[in-house]
Design a protein around this ligand. Structure first.
Ligand code: LLP
Length: 413
C-alpha cells in the first residue's frame, strides 16, 4: 500500500525534484515493521536477521541497525555493504550457497558466522577453518512461496541439506572438530498462511532434535505482505501463538532453555515502505489495446515480468485534476521486449503524457533486482525521513557509470 502520509502533491514534488524513475521509501514504515518483527515472539532469546537481499541500500541498513535487528548476507558484496553500514561481524549471518573458497574466506577473516548448505561446502569450511564454528542449512522437505522460482524447500530446489544426510553432516563435523552453532532453513518467499510457515518450523525442529548443544535454530524468512488490497495479510498474532507453542514444547523436550530462535524476514520489513515513481512518456492503441508507455522498464522493477507479480498502480495527474474516467490498459516500460509490462489489463483512471505512475509496495526486491539492461540507468532512491523531510539516499546513475568498467576507464585496469 502506498503510505498515506505521501499525498499527490508530495509525489509531484518528489518527481520534479529528483526525476523519474525514482524509488521512494518511508522511514516510519520501515521502523514500524522492524518493531513488529522484533516483538513477534514473547521469548527472551529471539533474534531477527533482516535479509538484505530485499533492499540493501546502506541508509536503509543503518535504520535497521538502529532498530536493533541483525542481518543476513548472501554474498561478500552484501557483507561489505552491511559492514559499511555499521554492522559488526557478530551481527551478520552469511547464509551462502555455492560460494568459492575465496568468498568463504572473506567471511571467515571477518569472524562472520557462515551457514553452508551442502556436504561439499561443509568439507570446504572444515579445510579452511578446522575447529571452527559453523551453521548448516537444511532442506526440511517442505516449501512454500508465490512462485516455483522462490520456493526454496522441498523436492525441486537446490537449497539445503536433506535430512537423510544428517549422519554425513555429523561425520564431517567430527572430522574437522567443528562446532555446530545452529541450524537454519528458508522454505520460500511470500507466505501468507501462517500454517505453511509453521509446517516448515515443525520439520526443522525435528531435525534439530537430532543434534545436541545447538546455540540457535533459524526458521528463515518468507513473510508475505498484501500487494493487492484484497489479499489476506499474514496473521502475525496467530503465527506468534503457534510458533511459541512449538518452541515451548521443544524446550521442554530437550531441556534447553538458552537456545536462541531466529527468523530472517526481508520483504516484510521493507516492501510496504517503498513505492516506485515513473512518468508517462507516450500513450497509444495497438489493436484496440491501450498502452501507457512509461519510463518504468523491467530494468527498474522486474518482479511483474519475472514472476507475474501484482503491484497496485496509482495514476497521479500532471494537472491535479483526477480523472474519474477509467479504462483498461497495459502499463508498459521502455525496454525492447514485449514482456516489458508492469501491469496488464488494469482498470485505471485515464492516463496521459506527463502524468505520474505510482507502483505500490515496491520497497522489496525492486531496486535490488534492477539492472542496466538496454544500457538504461539505475534509478535514484529517496528516503522520507521520520520528521517528514526527504533526502537522496542513492544518486541516479549517469552515462559515465555505464563505461567505468571498460579498459582505460576505471581504476582497476
Ligand atoms: N533467508 C534466505 C536464506 C533467503 O534466501 C531469503 C530470500 C530470505 C531469508 C528472505 O525472504 P523474504 O522474507 O524476503 O521472503 N525476488 C523474489 C524473492 C526472492 C527471495 C529470495 N530469498 C521476489 O521478488 O518475490
Amino acid at each position: 500500500m502506498i503510505n498515506l502520509t505521501v499525498d499527490h502533491k508530495k509525489i509531484k514534488e518528489l518527481a520534479d525534484l529528483y526525476g523519474t524513475p525514482l524509488y521512494v521509501y518511508d522511514e516510519n514504515t520501515i521502523r514500524l515493521r522492524c518493531r513488529e518483527m522484533k516483538n513477534l515472539l514473547p521469548y527472551e532469546n529471539f533474534r531477527v536477521n533482516y535479509s538484505a537481499k530485499a533492499n540493501s541500500n546502506m541508509e536503509i541498513l543503518k535504520i535497521i541497525l538502529d532498530e536493533g535487528i541483525d542481518v543476513d548476507a548472501m554474498s561478500p558484496g552484501e557483507i561489505y555493504i552491511e559492514q559499511k553500514a555499521g554492522f559488526p561481524g557478530d551481527r551478520i549471518f552469511f547464509v551462502c550457497n555455492n560460494v568459492s573458497a575465496e568468498e568463504m574466506l572473506y567471511a571467515i577473516e571477518r569472524d562472520i558466522l557462515i551457514s553452508v548448505d551442502s556436504l561439499s561446502q561443509l568439507e570446504l569450511y572444515g579445510k579452511k577453518k578446522p575447529g571452527g564454528r559453523i551453521a548448516v542449512r537444511f532442506n526440511p522437505g517442505y516449501g512454500s512461496g508465490h512462485s516455483d522460482k522462490v520456493i526454496t524447500g522441498g523436492e525441486s530446489t537446490k537449497f539445503g541439506i536433506q535430512k537423510i544426510y544428517i549422519n554425513a553432516v555429523k561425520e564431517i563435523l567430527r572430522k574437522y572438530s567443528l562446532e555446530l552453532a545452529g541450524i537454519n532453513q528458508h522454505i520460500g518467499s511470500f507466505i501468507l498462511e501462517e500454517d505453511n510457515y509453521i509446517e516448515g518450523c515443525m520439520k526443522l525442529l525435528e531435525i534439530a532434535g537430532e543434534f545436541s548443544g545447538l546455540s540457535f535454530i533459524d526458521f528463515g524468512g518468507g513473510f508475505g505482505i498484501p500487494y493487492n488490497g484484497d489479499e489476506s495479510k499474514l496473521n502475525l498474532t496467530q503465527l506468534s501463538i503457534k510458533l511459541m507453542n512449538l518452541i515451548e514444547s521443544f524446550i521442554r523436550e530437550y531441556d534447553n532453555k538458552n537456545i536462541t530462535f531466529k527468523i530472517e524476514p526481508g520483504r516484510y520489513i521493507v516492501a510496504e515502505s517503498g513505492f516506485l515513481l515513473g512518468r508517462v512518456n507516450a500513450v497509444k492503441y495497438n489493436y484496440e489495446k491501450k498502452y501507457v508507455g512509461t519510463d518504468l522498464g523491467f530494468n527498474v522493477l522486474i518482479r511483474p515480468v519475472l514472476y507475474d507479480s501484482y503491484h497496485e498502480i496509482k495514476i497521479v495527474k500532471r494537472d491535479n485534476v483526477d480523472s474519474h474516467e477509467k479504462e483498461q490498459v497495459n502499463i508498459v516500460g521502455n525496454i525492447c521486449e514485449s514482456g516489458d509490462i508492469i501491469a496488464r489489463d488494469r482498470l485505471l483512471p485515464r492516463a496521459e503524457e506527463g502524468d505520474l505512475v505510482v507502483v505500490c509496495c515496491a520497497g522489496a526486491y525492486g531496486f535490488s533486482m534492477s539492472s542496466n539492461y538496454n544500457c538504461r540507468l539505475r534509478p535514484a532512491e529517496v528516503l522520507i525521513c521520520s520528521d517528514g523531510t526527504h533526502r537522496l539516499i542513492r544518486r541516479r546513475e549517469t552515462l559515465e557509470d555505464l563505461v567505468k568498467h571498460f579498459p582505460g576507464s576505471g581504476p582497476a585496469y
